[in-house]
Design a protein around this ligand. Structure first.
Ligand code: KIV
Length: 272
């Protein structure tokens, strides 16, 4: 979808309306220059709390703070002209009560200017999703594998048993009925992702959830080959930037040591 001429960026409602039209393209973004590069090709940019791992070197997303999300949300907003920009609510910023969730979501919207927030959770978060959406906060849901729950349920893929699949189906239905404008389905077996996609109103955006979803999202540092510490099965590298960066830095280091950089073309002389 191209950005309608009267508006700056795609809105959450535009994203909802894309269900059944064509697959929705989304990636994570955390900085202004990368947002500028991704923006023309993406319908949605997510300032994901995955930034805790790929930018800050944390082991999980649990330690991510509101301040980190707001700083990176502001940075991405400076680079996005076309895509809908959504910022993750970090762990601990919304689970306590729907009022806490509203306070922190409102802070993110006000301080970044982004288009909505994402939160993880199904049935247990449906009341919060309804509270936010009825008060002007567009909510992007996230079900299936939920990285903020790593301490309770690890990172394994979901929906292998009928009981687990049923729970995820109920989660999808609950946040759909609560008004989520779209939902991430992460790390979930294909038949379940297909089933949910066919039954909910909101578009499903898959990550490790098969081509059956209404759209796809990847962590940009993963697909660019920049973050190689952990490579789940569902990540495809569209580039290998880590070795390119290493080779560039090695060349720079050897030229500095050999005094061949900076050369005359990089050096200021007095103008006469
Ligand atoms: O934090 C994140 O980047 C995410 C995506 C992987 C969906 O939640």
């Amino acid at each position: 979808m191209s950005t309608p001429p009267s508006q700056k960026r795609l809105t959450p409602s535009n994203i909802t309306a894309m269900k059944g039209q064509r697959p929705i393209v989304s990636l994570t973004a955390y900085t202004t220059p990368i947002a500028r590069l991704l923006d023309p090709h993406c319908d949605l940019l997510l300032v994901g709390d995955s930034l805790g791992m790929v930018i800050y070197g944390l082991d999980t997303t649990v330690g991510v703070t509101m301040e980190m999300m707001i700083a990176h949300g502001q940075a991405v907003m400076r680079g996005a002209k076309h895509a809908c920009v959504i910022v993750d609510l970090p762990f601990g910023a919304y689970q306590e009560s729907r009022e806490q969730a509203f306070r922190n979501a409102a802070r993110i919207l006000k301080e970044t200017g982004c288009d909505g927030v994402k939160l993880e959770g199904g049935e247990e978060m449906a009341e919060t999703v309804a509270f936010l959406t009825s008060r002007g906060v567009p909510v992007f849901g996230h079900i299936g594998l939920m990285p903020q729950q790593v301490n309770a349920s690890g990172y394994r893929s979901k929906g292998h048993s009928e009981a687990e699949a049923d729970k995820i189906r109920r989660d999808a239905r609950a946040i759909d009925e609560a008004g989520a404008f779209a939902m991430v389905i992460e790390g979930t077996v294909e038949p379940l992702a297909r089933d949910i996609t066919g039954t909910v109103k909101a578009p499903t955006i898959g990550i490790g959830a098969s081509p059956a979803c209404d759209g796809q999202i990847l962590v940009s540092d993963d697909m660019l080959g920049l973050f190689n510490e952990f490579r789940p099965r569902f990540v495809k590298h569209y580039a290998e930037l880590a070795p390119t960066i290493s080779a560039a830095v090695e060349a720079y280091a050897s030229e500095v040591k050999a005094r061949t950089f900076p050369g005359p073309e990089h050096t200021f002389q007095i103008k006469r």
